[in-house]
Design a protein around this ligand. Structure first.
Ligand SMILES: Cc1cc2nc3c(=O)[nH]c(=O)nc-3n(C[C@H](O)[C@H](O)[C@H](O)COP(=O)(O)O)c2cc1C
Length: 196
């Protein structure tokens, strides 16, 4: 059974977030024919994940070295078993909300989502082969696609090789037709959902 994980960093909430609107559209199209798939959503606004500090790093190292999945390794363990990953993250401050970085801290665990070979070569340990990063922005992202670029780099490091990008941009520019921009992005979402 396909295990689909959605990481929802749309902190403004499902009712008003344009990123959620676009992401949910993609998800519905993608899940349309999948009667067997299992969906797990991480709603970051409700999870209150803490950024790592000294004590947490020590506690996590202990869990890893003892081979016990505990409070600080559970998310990484679950993430490593996903088949498909969908990230929903608005474009904030040229990347994404800090809550998503904190989520990435929680899933980046040596020995669970990646490891190093004896010769020092990194090896991804995640089962997923594909991910999609869905965002919307007030202006145009252009060459400043740091949120996606970082996510892609991290996921490649985890062994997730195909990381796609989908966006609706220019949504806060006065005079732009936001409905039309979102509609066009949804057309792209439909095409991507078929090849994804
Ligand atoms: C805290 C914050 C930071 C933002 N930073 C940027 C930015 O750096 N560049 C930009 O083009 N838009 C920026 N925006 C605008 C959002 O990207 C845009 O409104 C987006 O569609 C919001 O997504 P949402 O509707 O899913 O919340 C920012 C908005 C917020 C609330």
């Amino acid at each position: 059974m396909e295990n689909v994980v959605v990481v929802n960093a749309c902190l403004r909430g499902k009712n008003i977030s344009r990123t959620y609107d676009l992401g949910n559209f993609f998800l519905k199209k993608y899940m349309r024919e999948k009667k067997e798939a299992e969906l797990k959503e991480y709603l970051l606004s409700d999870m209150n994940l803490k950024p790592f500090d000294k004590e947490m790093v020590e506690q996590r190292d202990k869990e890893v070295s003892e081979g016990n999945i505990g409070a600080l390794t559970k998310l990484a363990d679950e993430f490593s078993k996903a088949d498909t990953v969908i990230i929903l993250a608005p474009y904030w401050d040229m990347s994404f909300p800090a809550a998503l970085k904190v989520f990435f801290e929680h899933i980046s665990v040596c020995g669970i989502t990646f490891k190093y070979e004896k010769d020092g070569t990194p090896k991804g340990l995640c089962k997923a082969k594909k991910a999609v990063y869905i965002t919307t922005s007030g202006g145009y992202i252009g060459d400043y696609n740091y949120g996606y670029d970082y996510t892609k780099g991290l996921f490649n490091f985890f062994g997730i090789n195909d990381v796609y990008f989908l966006s609706a941009e220019g949504l806060d520019i006065i005079g732009n037709n936001t409905d039309e921009i979102l509609l066009n992005a949804k057309k792209e979402a439909e095409i991507l959902s078929e090849k994804f």
